[in-house]
Design a protein around this ligand. Structure first.
Ligand SMILES: [Zn+2]
Length: 262
């Protein structure tokens, strides 16, 4: 009961609204904490992983990443929402791994794995993945997940204590919540709500940056074709890819408005 009261109190204090979709969410961790944890986790991943030697991959990923984050930040600014990404340190790296995967930490640190780039095919394909990953960060999905997990595991009171220390345990939990799997060995998939929301925002974001959103359904079809048998973790919350495609088609007119308004 006490836990319940603390949680409801926290919930009242910590309700936020996702830009563009308007979904209400529970984010209990201060943004500055998420940003610090992201920087620390990213440094750890980079120190353990190998960067790609493919300069074409790295150049394209950085180019697309910069274009999309610039477009997103200018949109947020125009709508008085610039605080959403305040303090984010956007970074774009390609890791030498055949995995079909990519992720973005809550503080804006992005990694693509070499394995996903042939599926992307070109900059439009990279923009589909990039938009989706940036959307997870803009919509604070990592904070939401970590808040839920910490609230469930420890109750509200321990939350601030756990975050104060930033020991390896906290960093591991953060990586799990951020969807950064390869180094930890386990990947907690984003919920379907988060995936669908990242698809939607990602489609708008790529369109705002001048990448044709109509390339998104084709990209996801290629991902699906590549993953027959065991689906990659990137797709694991989407057992039914036709849902994903029809969801994208439903919001395509709005994405095309952003695309054409440039
Ligand atoms: Zn995702």
């Amino acid at each position: 009961m006490r836990k319940l009261i603390i949680l409801s109190f926290l919930f009242l204090l910590s309700c936020a609204v996702v830009p563009m979709t308007g979904r209400k969410q529970f984010v209990a961790i201060p943004s500055s904490q998420m940003i610090a944890l992201s920087a620390e986790s990213y440094a750890q991943v980079l120190s353990e992983a190998q960067l790609s030697r493919n300069t074409d991959y790295t150049r394209s990923v950085r180019e697309v990443g910069k274009r999309i984050t610039a477009a997103v930040e200018s949109y947020l600014e125009q709508n008085n929402l610039q605080s959403v990404t305040e303090g984010y340190a956007w970074q774009y790296n390609v890791l030498a791994s055949e995995e079909l995967n990519a992720w973005c930490m809550p503080g804006g640190q992005i990694a693509f794995y070499e394995g996903i780039l042939p599926v992307c095919q070109d900059e439009n394909g990279i923009a589909v993945v990039m938009g989706h990953e940036i959307a997870h960060a803009v919509a604070q999905h990592g904070n939401e997940r970590m808040s839920q997990q910490l609230a469930l595991q420890m109750g509200g009171i321990a939350l601030s204590e756990a975050l104060k220390t930033q020991n390896q345990e906290t960093i591991d939990l953060a990586m799990l919540a951020f969807g950064v799997g390869a180094q930890v060995g386990v990947m907690l998939p984003y919920s379907r709500t988060h995936e669908t929301e990242a698809d939607e925002l990602g489609l708008y974001f790529m369109a705002m940056a001048g990448y044709n959103p109509q390339s998104a359904p084709d990209f996801w079809k290629r991902m699906e074709a590549r993953s027959s048998g065991r689906p990659p973790e990137f797709l694991s919350t989407h057992p039914d890819p036709t849902n994903r495609i029809s969801n994208l088609e439903r919001i395509m007119p709005k994405a095309m408005e952003y695309y054409n308004a440039r």
